[in-house]
Design a protein around this ligand. Structure first.
Ligand SMILES: [Zn+2]
Length: 263
C-alpha cells in the first residue's frame, strides 16, 4: 500500500450510505482518481467540510495497485469551492444557481477527458486556472466556452481554425463545420453541401485567440459578445457530441434548469 499526498481539485462528491463519501478528484501528479472518505458525513469528521466540488485541497490518501478506490485519510483546503463563493455582483438566485451548474459542467468535462492514474498537468492546469479566473470575477459563460474549447483541443479534435484540413488552404473569416463535426472546413470544401453549419468571423476569432491568451487577458482586453459565445457553444456542443457519442449529463441539466428559471 502506498501513501500519497498532493494538491488536487475535487470534481464530484457522492454521499454513500450513512457516513461515507465517494470523492472523484483530479491530482496534478496522478491524474483522475476515485477515493473513499470514511465517516466524511459525520458531524465531527476531520475532512467532511473540505470535500466540496471544485475546491482545491491538499489531500492525503492510501492506494493499492489493484483497487479502484483509494482511501482518503486527510484533506486541507487550499482554495474554497467555486459553488460556495459569493458573487460580488450577484443579482439573486439565478446567478447563484448558475455557479453550481457551471461547477458541475466543468467537473464532468474533467471526469470524461482527463487521464486516469497518470500525471495530467494539462487538464489540471486548465481547470485550476479556469476556477481561479471565475473566483476572480471572470464571466462564467466566457470561462465555460474557454474550457470546453481547450478540452477538445487537448484531445486533438478541435484545433485552432487556421488551415482547412481538407484542402490545406488558409481559413479566413468564414468556415463550415464538417458534417461529421470533425473540424472546420474552408468555404470551398464545406460551403457547398448546404447542410453544414456556417461559422462566422467572430467565433473564428475567438477560437484563434484562446490559443494565445489566458482567461483574465481575454476578459480584460477583448470584447466578446453574447452572440459569439452562443455560436461557440453550439459548435463545441456538436464537436464534443460527435467525439463522445453522447451529450454531457450536466449540460442537459444546465439547459433545462436555466430554461425553467430564466424569466
Ligand atoms: Zn478546404
Amino acid at each position: 500500500m502506498a501513501l500519497r499526498s498532493g494538491e488536487v481539485l475535487v470534481l464530484q462528491v457522492i454521499d454513500l450510505q450513512e457516513k461515507d463519501r465517494i470523492v472523484v478528484f483530479l491530482s496534478r501528479d496522478w491524474g483522475l482518481k476515485r477515493g473513499m472518505a470514511r465517516n466524511a458525513r459525520t458531524r465531527f469528521s476531520r475532512f467532511g467540510g473540505e470535500l466540496q466540488q471544485l475546491a482545491k485541497v491538499h489531500l492525503t490518501w492510501f492506494e493499492k495497485a489493484d483497487q479502484e478506490f483509494v482511501r482518503i485519510s486527510g484533506a486541507e483546503t487550499i482554495r474554497v469551492a467555486l459553488g460556495l463563493h459569493r458573487d460580488l455582483d450577484r443579482s439573486g438566485q439565478v446567478r447563484h444557481l448558475e455557479g453550481f451548474l457551471v461547477s458541475s459542467y466543468l467537473s464532468e468535462h474533467m471526469q470524461l477527458f482527463a487521464q486516469d492514474n497518470e500525471p495530467d498537468n494539462h487538464h489540471y492546469r486548465l481547470l485550476d486556472t479556469t476556477v481561479q479566473a471565475l473566483l476572480d470575477g471572470c464571466d462564467r459563460w466566457l470561462a465555460a466556452r474557454y474550457l470546453e474549447c481547450w478540452i477538445l483541443r487537448l484531445s486533438g479534435v478541435f484545433p485552432a481554425p487556421r488551415h482547412c484540413p481538407s484542402c490545406g488552404n488558409a481559413i479566413g473569416d468564414e468556415a463550415f463545420l464538417a458534417v461529421d463535426a470533425a473540424g472546420l472546413l474552408c468555404p470551398s470544401c464545406g460551403g457547398g453541401a448546404g447542410a453544414n453549419r456556417r461559422v462566422g468571423a467572430e467565433a473564428l476569432a475567438f477560437l484563434r485567440r484562446i490559443g494565445g491568451s489566458d482567461l483574465a487577458t481575454l476578459q480584460a482586453n477583448e470584447h466578446i459578445d453574447e452572440a459569439t459565445l452562443r455560436s461557440v457553444e453550439s459548435l463545441t456542443r456538436e464537436v464534443r457530441r460527435a467525439f463522445l457519442g453522447r451529450e454531457l449529463k450536466s449540460y442537459r441539466i444546465m439547459q433545462r434548469t436555466l430554461r425553467d428559471v430564466t424569466p
